[in-house]
Design a protein around this ligand. Structure first.
Ligand code: SAM
Length: 368
């Protein structure tokens, strides 16, 4: 295919540089805005093209040497060639752009991004794949496995677990999740220090002396348990029964955890005006005017039904934690009908990768 000279104009969500060739957008991984590069077009579509970097002809002052020997092939990291300060600037800008373009927000109350204290050696778990004796991660944009000996963004404990797995005489084909602490099989945040910052931020977003918290998509109660002092009652909902069992293990009288679908449970609270069936008992939850709702959905964001239910339910305070700014911005667009956005804080939970975490605080406004 053709080789073209390009000037990189921006970094798209997902981490690829964006340039224009005869008016058409061309995506080039491992570049930085402002750079002049030559690139080989490898896929040409009607609206855009994909290219591979051939040579950086004029490099950005933010270009740095990647630490990992697999960088450029492995699908995990996208930004090891960019200084950490500039990675943060790119992520902040991408959140702002998503909120303006997809969320249709004019004034974005966007706070500074919270950096990760560790820029490498922060991941407390990884999932590697094993296939015909090869153990590692998939190559970027493919299902071809790369054999990986060490992963520099993972903690020493995770890398030790990887070394042990690789040392086994026979490893059956499949996926292996390697964790820093052998503890739980349920969802846990990936970067301990930034997870602490996220939890502290969420705690600070909630005023003291509140009545009722519903922590939807609660996992093992990561937010709910940190907020016990501020609420008379806390209800967590997650459909992972192992996570709910873990949440119940050290639960106080204030806490109730339900292994169920958030969509169904929230719809039932909304339909029954504040009543919720918990383990066969129907319980009054209190007024929606005193309700705080936290949502921390998977990357797909909230379903259309959940969005509608939240608008109908109109909790006084809504905290939205997201690991995917585009779906978050899509959901905000609809939630703005009933809520005013007070703050959005990006967090760098995943340095060197293109992933971005955000936490937003919304307050209900009177129905129009
Ligand atoms: C991003 S994790 C958040 C977990 C938790 N807030 C934490 O910080 O540890 C998303 C969680 O949503 C749960 N989940 C996804 N879809 C769900 C649904 N429709 N109903 C209930 N739980 C769901 C998953 O089991 C997972 O625990």
């Amino acid at each position: 295919m053709r080789i073209v000279d390009l000037e990189i104009e921006d970094i798209a969500f997902g981490g690829k540089g964006v340039a224009r060739d005869q008016g058409k957008a061309v995506f080039v991984p491992y570049t930085i805005e402002g750079e002049l590069v030559s690139a080989e077009i490898v896929r040409e579509k009607k609206q855009f093209a994909e290219a591979e970097l051939v040579e950086v002809k004029q490099s950005s002052p933010d270009r740095v040497e990647p630490l990992c020997p697999y960088f450029g092939r492995c699908g995990g990291c996208a930004y090891q060639h960019i200084s950490y300060e500039h990675q943060l600037a790119i992520k902040w800008r991408q959140v702002r752009d998503a909120l303006q373009r997809i969320g249709k927000l004019k004034d974005v109350p966007l706070r500074p991004i919270i950096p990760s204290p560790k820029q490498y050696a922060y991941r407390n778990r990884i999932t590697v794949h094993a296939q015909e004796g090869v153990i590692g991660f998939f190559r970027r944009d493919s299902h071809q496995l790369i054999d990986i000996e060490q992963c520099p963004i993972s903690t020493d404990e995770v890398n030790r677990a990887l070394t042990e797995l690789r040392a086994q005489p026979y490893v059956r084909d499949g996926d292996y999740t390697l964790r820093a602490s052998a503890s739980s099989r349920v969802f846990s945040q990936t970067n301990d220090e930034v997870a602490d910052a996220l939890r502290g931020l969420v705690v600070n977003l909630v005023p003291p002396k509140q009545e009722l918290l519903i922590d939807a998509y609660c996992g093992a109660g990561f937010f709910a348990k940190a907020l016990l002092d501020k609420f008379e009652r806390v209800i967590g909902i997650d459909w992972d029964k192992f996570a709910i069992a873990a949440a119940k293990q050290n639960a106080t009288d204030k806490e109730t955890y339900i292994a169920s679908d958030v969509e169904e449970e929230l719809a039932s609270v909304s339909r029954n005006d504040g009543f919720l069936a918990v383990e066969g008992e129907t319980r009054r939850l209190g007024s929606r005017h005193s309700l705080t709702l936290i949502v921390d959905p998977p990357a797909t964001g909230l379903s259309a039904d959940v969005r509608k239910t939240i608008v109908d339910l109109a909790p006084a305070t809504l905290i939205y934690v997201s690991c995917n700014p585009p779906t978050f911005a899509r959901d905000l667009r609809e939630l703005q009908e009933r809520f005013a956005l007070e703050s959005v804080t990006p967090l760098d939970m995943f340095p060197q990768t293109a992933e971005i975490e955000v936490a937003a605080s919304l307050r209900v406004v009177p129905a129009s």
